[in-house]
Design a protein around this ligand. Structure first.
Ligand SMILES: C[S@@+](CC[C@H](N)C(=O)[O-])C[C@H]1O[C@@H](n2cnc3c(N)ncnc32)[C@H](O)[C@@H]1O
Length: 261
């Protein structure tokens, strides 16, 4: 029996009924994605970053953008977060997160919402997780701008698939018009555009190199600090480096306007 009182057979039946899982969770002894192509994912990532995150989150609020089946949301709850809101654009994953929450006996607030609509929450969170989502977006800088403008109170935990150079690049404040060679430097901040598909997935659109990911974060007002040996950054919310950015919408719902669905 799990904490929810569901039998192993019932959990197995419901896990199976919810289709293919991307998160390999342990739900009352039932593994949801035992043959994952990345191994024991995301536990593998969690082991690499868990010491870098606050050990306790009592009284804190957390938003998990692109929460999928809720692995990281549940870990935040296990660390004592007062509220964890998980949002995902895909209802199939939210159904999996609902079952994970029920079996674990840990409360999550789950919303079907795109990151582009994050202003509709009308709320800032102490900690915002934005992991594994950036490269799935057609408008990655807009998403970071929106998170800075509307959702992140203190810290952003960011992860992206990275391809190309892993090197750092000391970007100058400006370059003359006839400077051309710098763009061919392997570590110049880059976003690689995927016109068709990558890893058989047509939802992979823009994959940064390491300097590109760091530059995007800085350009949207975050101060990235890499977790060594990972693709994860802990980012303090700072000031925007330029007065105007690509933020649309630039504000959340006003009093009396429609809030979250
Ligand atoms: C690669 S998975 C990453 C899941 C999880 N954050 C992790 O790190 O394991 C990407 C997730 O982002 C969600 N997603 C994709 N586009 C989104 C969008 N525009 N707004 C919110 N979620 C999105 C997908 O449905 C999927 O659950």
């Amino acid at each position: 029996m799990s904490r929810s009182g569901l039998s192993r057979q019932e959990i197995e039946r419901r896990v199976h009924a919810l289709g293919d899982w991307f998160h390999n969770l342990d739900l009352g002894g039932v593994r949801t994605a035992p043959d994952h192509f990345l191994g024991d994912y995301p536990a593998i990532v969690w082991r690499a970053i868990s010491d870098a995150l606050p050990a306790r989150l009592d009284g804190r609020t957390v938003l998990d953008v692109g929460c999928n089946a809720g692995f990281f949301s549940l870990e935040m709850k296990r660390r004592g977060a007062a509220r964890v809101v998980g949002l995902d654009s895909d209802e199939r994953y939210l159904a999996q997160a609902r079952l994970a929450s029920e079996v674990s006996g840990l409360e999550l607030e789950l919303r079907q919402l795109s990151v582009y609509d994050v202003a509709r929450l009308g709320e800032r969170f102490d900690l915002v997780l934005f992991m594994g989502v950036l490269y799935h977006l057609r408008h990655p800088l807009l998403a970071l701008d929106l998170l800075h403008e509307h959702a992140v109170g203190e810290t952003l935990v960011f992860q992206s698939m990275l391809r190309g150079s892993q090197g750092a690049f000391p970007v100058a404040r400006d370059y003359p018009f006839d400077e051309r060679e710098i763009f061919d430097h392997p570590s110049w901040p880059k976003l690689h555009f995927v016109e068709h598909a990558y890893a058989r997935d047509w939802t992979n659109w823009w994959i940064p190199n390491r300097a590109g990911a760091e530059a995007l974060l800085r350009a949207s007002g975050f101060e990235p600090r890499a977790v060594p040996g990972t693709e994860v950054y802990l980012c303090r919310r700072g000031a925007r480096p330029t007065p105007d950015g690509a933020v649309y919408p630039a504000r959340g719902p006003a009093a009396g306007e429609e809030g979250p669905p």
